[in-house]
Write a protein that binds this ligand. Sequence first.
Ligand SMILES: Nc1ncnc2c1ncn2[C@@H]1O[C@H](COP(=O)(O)OP(=O)(O)OP(=O)(O)O)[C@@H](O)[C@H]1O
Ligand SMILES: [Mg+2]
Length: 399
Amino acid sequence: MLKQGVLPMSSYSPEISTYNILLIEDNPADARLFMEFTKDFNIISCRTTWKQNLKDGMQEIDKQDFDLVLLDLSLPDSNGIDTARKVLSLHLDLPVLVFTGLNDEEIAHQLVAAGVQDYLVKDALNEKILEKTIRYSIDRHSLLENLRHAQAKLQDFNDTLEKKIEIRTRQLQDAQQRLIRQEKLATLGKLAGFLSHELRNPLATINNSVYFLNLVIKEKDNKIGKHLNIIKDEIERAKAFINNLLDFSKVKTITLGRAKLDELIIECLSCVQMPKSIEVCTDFMDRCHEVRMDEVQISQVLHNLLINAIQAMPDGGKLMICTNCTEQYIIVQVEDTGVGIAPDHLNKVFEPLFTTKAKGFGLGLSLSKEIVEMHEGILEVESRIGQGSCFTLKLPRHR
Ligand SMILES: Nc1ncnc2c1ncn2[C@@H]1O[C@H](COP(=O)(O)OP(=O)(O)OP(=O)(O)O)[C@@H](O)[C@H]1O
Ligand SMILES: [Mg+2]
C-alpha cells in the first residue's frame, strides 16, 4: 500500500535531470496514478514527497527545496481556488501545478491568472503530457524568476542612477549659483574700488558743509534742522555702503585657526543690541569641539545671521541658537519666529544685492555664504512666511 512521505524515485539516471516534487493530494489512488506516470518519464526523473493535506504540505515546503508543487484543489483542510492562492501567496518562488478531477475552463483561467503554471485534469492525463507539463512549468518558472531578478536589478540600477543624477544636478546648480555669485562679487569689488575713490571725497565735503551749516545757522527752524539731519544720516548710510562693499571685495582668503563655536556665538550675542521684546535661547551640545576656522570671518557670518533674525522680528519674538554635530560637520542653527521668507525669495537671499529691506544692502548673506563655502562648509535656509526662518551653518569637523 502507498504511504505518504518520500515515494520511490521514477526512472532515475545520472544524465537526466532529477526534480524534487511535492505532491499535495488527499486521494491515495490519485497519488498512485501520479507515481505510475512518473515511472514512465523519459527525459526527467522525479523524487516525490507526498502529503495528504495543505497544512502538512506547507510545513514540508519549509523543510525542503522543491522544484515544483503538484496541488490537488480539494483537500481535507482547504478547497477550491483558495488552496492554490494560499500556496502562491507564501511561495511565489515555487512553480505550482494544479492536479484536479474537475474539468472547468473558467477555474483553470482564474488559476493561471493567479500565478499557477498549469491546470491538469486527472482524467485527461497521460505520462507524456505530465512529463512535458512538469518540464515546461519548471523551465518557464525559472525564466520568470530570472526575469524578476533582472527587473529588480534594473530597478535598483535605475534608482541609483536617478539618485546620482539628482545629486549631480544639485551639485551643478550649486556650482552655477556659486559662479554667478562670484562674478557678481568680483564686479562689486571693482565697483567698490571705484566708488570709494570717486565718492568718498565728495561725501567728506558734503559732511563738512553740513557741519559748517550747523555751526553758522544759529536759529534754525525745525525744518532746516530736520533736513540737515537727513543729509547727515544719508551721508553715513552712503559711507556704510561703500565700506560694506569694500569689506566685501576684501574676502578672498581665510586664515585658519582653532576656535570653539559656542564661545564665538556668546561673544557675538554680547556684541549685538538685542531688543527687550526678543527672548533669546541657546542650546549648545555638551562638548562643543574646537573647529578649524577663520574666527573673524565666521564671527561676521554669525553677526549677519543674528542681525537678520533681529530685523525679522520687529514686534519681538524668540531667537534660538543651537549647536549640534554629525560625523562630518559641526552645525549651528539660528532660528527666529519672525516674518519668514517668501518661497520665491528663498533661493535669492544669498545673491549679492538682494534685499527686501528699505535700508538693507543685500550683502550680509551673500558675503556669509562666500565665507562659509571658503571653509568648505554649507549655509542653508528653511523658512515659512509668517512663521519664521532657520539658518543652518555647517562647518567641516576634520580639515
Ligand atoms: N532671518 C530672516 N528672516 C526673514 N528674512 C530674512 C532673514 N534673513 C535674511 N532675510 C532676507 O534675505 C534678504 C537678504 O539678506 P542679507 O542679510 O543678505 O541682506 P540685508 O539684511 O537685506 O542687508 P545687509 O546687507 O545690511 O545685511 C533680506 O533682505 C531679507 O529679505
Ligand atoms: Mg542682513
